[in-house]
Design a protein around this ligand. Structure first.
Ligand SMILES: Nc1nc2c(ncn2[C@@H]2O[C@H](COP(=O)(O)OP(=O)(O)OP(=O)(O)O)[C@@H](O)[C@H]2O)c(=O)[nH]1
Ligand SMILES: [Mg+2]
Length: 222
């Protein structure tokens, strides 16, 4: 019987992710891996950020789903270059899938690549894709206890985006509870409160992304 340890698979993924990262840096593309539950608002966030980041460099998208092309069609209809990865049952993207998808995208220097990971608060956390930044989305209807219950993914990220903030009056969700839990689990994570519906908070998030990009590029350059 052949047994392949998960550690070995993760190590192989880390090597591929490092190669992706080198390729993205050489290409001058800044890569954001977007994680969160199914229906949390990942595609809506990409749509809103595409508008807010207009003029700050071209944006391309990799869409990860178990099946179908719904999100890719949605973004393509907005004129965004997009490649759909269908994982055929896998609950996360991996670096190999991203390397294959990149071939089909027009990536240009100064551009952005947003990767929408498979909707899931568990599996995607362990798989580096070669991104510069992670964003984990937590939507108001999911509940403010999710950071306590799914700590690994919230520890792995540079930012937590509380989405659907326009629904706050209808749910017993306290953003302060999320902030307090993060203070213990991941005190360096930035926290944003946004609504793709009203546009609230999108400017602030876009500014943060641009600032992180500028900081990363000046660090790499000198
Ligand atoms: N009220 C409100 N609804 C939102 C907001 N953002 C997204 N939605 C709704 O939430 C639902 C799911 O949004 P999506 O953007 O498709 O979520 P997703 O995370 O991409 O979903 P999957 O790709 O299926 O995991 C849709 O019906 C959206 O219209 C928001 O800021 N406010
Ligand atoms: Mg989606």
């Amino acid at each position: 019987m052949k047994i392949v340890a998960a550690k070995k698979i993760l190590k192989a993924n880390d090597q591929l992710a490092a190669a992706n990262r080198r390729f993205f840096h050489q290409s001058g593309v800044f890569v954001v891996n977007i994680l969160g539950s199914p229906g949390g608002g990942k595609t809506s966030l990409i749509e809103a950020l595409a508008a807010t980041l207009n003029g700050k460099g071209p944006l391309a998208v990799i869409e990860g789903d178990l099946a179908g092309t719904v999100d890719a069609e949605r973004l393509s209809a907005r004129g965004l270059p997009v490649v759909q990865i269908t994982t055929e049952g896998a609950c996360h993207l991996d670096a190999n899938m991203v390397a294959a998808a990149v071939d089909g995208l027009p990536l240009s220097r100064g551009g952005w690549l947003f990767i929408e990971n498979v909707g899931n608060l568990v599996c995607p956390a362990g798989f580096d894709l070669g991104e510069d930044l992670r964003i984990v989305i937590l939507s108001v209807p999911e509940g403010d206890d999710k950071v306590i219950k799914y700590p690994t993914i919230f520890q792995s990220t540079q930012a937590v985006v509380i989405s659907k903030i326009d629904l706050l009056p209808y749910f017993e969700f306290q953003p302060q509870r999320v902030r307090e839990t993060l203070c213990r689990l991941n005190p360096d994570a930035a926290v944003f409160e946004v609504s793709a519906k009203t546009g609230q908070g999108m400017g602030e998030l876009a500014e943060w992304l641009v600032a992180r990009r500028t900081a990363a590029e000046s660090k790499a350059g000198g």
